[in-house]
Design a binder for this molecule. Structure first.
Ligand code: NAD
Ligand code: ZN
Length: 262
């Protein structure tokens, strides 16, 4: 049987903070993850925001600034190449940065309909009571203050999903629709600790009935036992070569079927 061509394949990519690490954006659990000796897993919560909105906003302000100054790396660009080359494609990112959307391959950017930001967008500021939301650069981005809803006069919050909050139903629906649309020939999971059950579930569902499941991460994760191929390296070093290999020689060329990572 001929190797399936990338242009005929359905490809699901799932990314986490690790893909942006080489752009200089710290992961939560890696080096530099702590902010002023505080654990991001405690800061990125509704409870932290309620008890000290100014502190939480200061953290988000610094992160927005860091992301504005960062550039997409070779892995973000390779994801755009995959999206442009694959027959059917969806990116599900846990990242709240905009590097996937700013990356360009051959002058093309990722179409927004091919990207689900399942944990929201750090550049959105929204109200938790009414439907007010804005992506405008706010006064709060430049000064130590808490932005306030123009309608409700309560503190606005960053448009991200905090630990313990539910996922945005519309975005979940987009992932489900892709998974219901058939098997993913290739599922690639990049730079996530895969600690959220739904990430593992989506990745495993993607690969059902014989699809490939490639994990790119320097470390093992709860997903590793399910992977048909594990690349224990940095995303920017590993992904471009993999995409080049698939676009030149088709999917069957990968040694993955023989070297099961674990
Ligand atoms: P995480 O911080 O828990 O884990 C990062 C993972 O990336 C680890 O498994 C690590 O081994 C791996 N990694 C580190 N460097 C890598 C590299 N160069 N190439 C490939 N992999 C590498 O991140 P998470 O699993 O995404 O979960 C944390 C939560 O924090 C998510 O909800 C995410 O939205 C949020 N977060 C987002 C950003 C961002 O938007 N850039 C940054 C930090 C945290
Ligand atoms: Zn409001």
């Amino acid at each position: 049987m001929a190797d399936p061509k990338l242009s005929d394949a359905r490809v699901l990519v799932i990314t986490g903070a690790g893909i942006s690490a080489e752009s200089g954006i710290a992961t939560f659990r890696g080096p530099g993850g702590y902010w002023r000796k505080m654990d991001p897993a405690k800061l990125a919560t509704e409870a932290a925001f309620r008890s000290d909105p100014a502190l939480v906003w200061e953290w988000y302000r610094e992160r927005r600034e860091q992301i504005r100054g960062a550039c997409p790396n070779a892995a973000h660009i390779a994801v755009v190449e995959l999206a442009a080359t694959a027959g059917d494609f969806l990116l599900v990112t846990q990242n709240v940065d905009d590097l996937h959307l700013r990356a360009k391959w051959n002058g093309r950017a990722l179409a927004p309909e091919l990207c689900v930001q399942i944990h929201g967008d750090i550049f959105v500021t929204r109200c938790s009571r009414c439907d007010y939301r804005t992506t405008k650069r706010l006064h709060a981005d430049d000064a130590a203050s808490v932005p306030v809803c123009p309608r409700c006069e309560i503190a606005l919050r960053p448009g991200v999903v905090w630990f313990g909050e539910s996922l945005p139903p519309n975005e979940v629906q987009r992932v489900e629709a892709f998974l219901d649309g058939g098997r993913a020939d290739v599922t690639i999971v990049i730079g996530t600790t895969a600690l959220f059950g739904y990430i593992v579930e989506w990745a495993v569902r993607g690969r059902r009935a014989g699809g490939e499941l490639v994990e790119i991460n320097p470390e093992e994760t709860p997903l590793s036992p399910h992977a048909t191929r594990a690349i224990r390296g940095a995303a920017a070093a590993a992904l471009p070569g993999l995409v080049a290999e698939w676009s030149h020689s088709g999917l069957g060329s990968s040694p993955s079927r023989h070297s099961v990572g674990g």
